[in-house]
Ligand binder design. Sequence first.
Ligand code: CP
Length: 308
Amino acid sequence: MTNSMLKLEHLIDIKSLETSEIEAIAKRALEIKNGAKHLSCAGKHAALMFFENSTRTKFSFEMALNKLGASVYNFETSKSSLSKGEDFFDTLNNLAAIGFDACIIRTGEEGLIKRTIKETEDSRKFFKNIALINAGEGVSAHPTQALLDFVTIKENFKNLNGLNLVIVGDIRHSRVAKSNIELLSRFGVNIKCAAPEYFKDETLKNVVWCENLNEALKDADIVMTLRIQKERIQDIIEFEDYIKNFQVNENNLPDGCILMHPGPVNRDVELSSALIDSKRGKTILNQAHNGVFTRMAVLEAILGGCDV
Ligand code: CP
């Protein structure tokens, strides 16, 4: 594939991507994984701006940028002038002026990336040549996670139409769940969400809710478990009750389905250690592995580059 490939200005969320763009990113990620030549992004400069902690997303973006030959810079919030009260928009404006081509942003602030891009299109003057890439935002969007999950599912199933996906856990607070629901429902995947009342989000479209895990798991092709944020449930219910009713383990995971988790995993909470360490737990590490190729595909589309 050459420079005539997919071009993207920013990566805001899954909603902002055409279905054909999602397909093109996944195809390209699998091509790169299978040994196709990637573009060279030498001479491009990207800043990692992580205002929330991360292992997988941050390091796989960093590795993807290194593999593409781009220069990577870590934006250290506490040592930056944001800590002196500089406006975020002004910070980006200055990074663009310095010569950055892209900022990869993880933030707890809902809608920050879209709002910032809109500001550039409205009144405030902005260097137009800087791309913003969402690396996880609030509780609503984690587009590269959904894209890498899509790649992982495509490696396991020829056709996604009619597959049964069960998402288990804290759906209400999960940006991974929201982006996956948005993406996978477009490809005809049937989505069941298994969660106790306090983790439901009734505003979500294209899902069926189920409070009985075993009922939900019947006929599952894919079981996607989510991290339980322990601090969120201890005030609501006995922690042990959650484990008893919603933990996915070697006894309740149906034969033949694949097991996914975006990470980080709470061992023996949402997933049993025995299952994580079994052959069936390997898909979880494959998700992390695919994160590098998926992010390379996204970065090629945004940064451009040339054949090497
Ligand atoms: N899946 C995911 O976003 O993991 P990190 O928080 O470690 O990046």
